[in-house]
Design a protein around this ligand. Sequence first.
Ligand SMILES: N[C@@H](CCC(=O)N[C@@H](CS)C(=O)NCC(=O)O)C(=O)O
Length: 395
Amino acid sequence: MTVAADVEPKAHYILWGTPHSLYTGKARSCLIKKGLVFVEKCPSHPDYKARVRDAVGMVTFPVLETPEGHFIQDSTDIVTYLDALDSPTSVASMTPTSPVQLVVARLIDGFGLEGLLQAAMHYRWSYRNEQELFLQTEFGRGLYAGADREARRNAGKRVMDFFSSSLPSLGISNETVPAIETAYEELLEALDVHFQSYPYVMGWRVSIADLGLIAPMYAHLGRDPYPTALMKKRAPNVARWVERMQLPNTPDGEYATHDADWLPEDAIPNTLEPVLALVFKDWGPQLGADIASFQQWLEMHPHMQAGHLINANDKHMVHPTLGMVSYAWRGVQVQRASAVHGLWLFQKAQDAVNAVSGDAKPKMDAWVERTGGQAVMDLRLPRAIERQNNLLVLE
Ligand SMILES: N[C@@H](CCC(=O)N[C@@H](CS)C(=O)NCC(=O)O)C(=O)O
């Protein structure tokens, strides 16, 4: 739970981030659901510059500062770290150990963080006129801590053009917007049906799938005024799940008759299959193009050693890219910067796929066939990726 600064306990986690940040939402929900005590601090705090920036090597967030003084960047690494803690106050693991459930959870985790980035950024910036004051205040919140309301709004205004200018590199254009909106509305509908029966993505227990999905669904799609209204009007069960992900327990009476667990015998909820079908349909073309661009980049630089930075330039970037990619998707041609981070997340799903054997294999193959996922499951990364010093490098 979050505690007010004046009642700070001696040992707690510090989550460096902001309410309007997509990736911070993943780390925050993890801390809340784990029942861990934490305080949240904005990067405008003088300690960020003094201690956090150098420890991480870049200006980015979220960063988790542990009571032991470690700094962990990257929302997924923060979740991995927290989920492995053996703490008496920390609740059960969020990472399924059953093979098929792990594959599903990893796929949805990655799709939430990378596959939905386009929708999150589109609804934040393409409807700017309908939510300008809110965005100014929220961007300003992370930059200005005083009492002057105009000063906060102006601080926000000063950086907003920089962030909104990323739309073309995400493939968001007049041509692609109708497809982005249709895909998102279909996802809302499928998730709304699912959350009618289950409080969480994998069933009655929270998992890493919820954490990946909450990243775009909290700060952008479930908090910015325009997309929040859309979510509440079209998919109230999804809006309630967004609220539930900010609460340590599951306070919803309609699910109370079930044990808080995933489904028995490595099963996945039937209502999740339409969601998975959309994950494959909507993330697959981007993944295919990103893998092809990674392959091409490797061929152009044949002698790269393990540890080499994966980026088109030598800059230390939180979202490295290997250049522009182009692919057909939902009847339009998308041109966007390749997303190496998405490949790192997809690799985690592939590692889970590679661990499926025995009786679990036909089970997995059956739902992959039912959800049209074979083409995505056949994708292979040409070389493994890992994170070193908060950067994506060749393994
Ligand atoms: N992969 C990182 C991404 C973190 C990230 O992109 N954070 C944003 C703020 S929400 C940021 O640092 N943006 C600045 C930039 O992209 O340079 C994670 O999952 O934590």
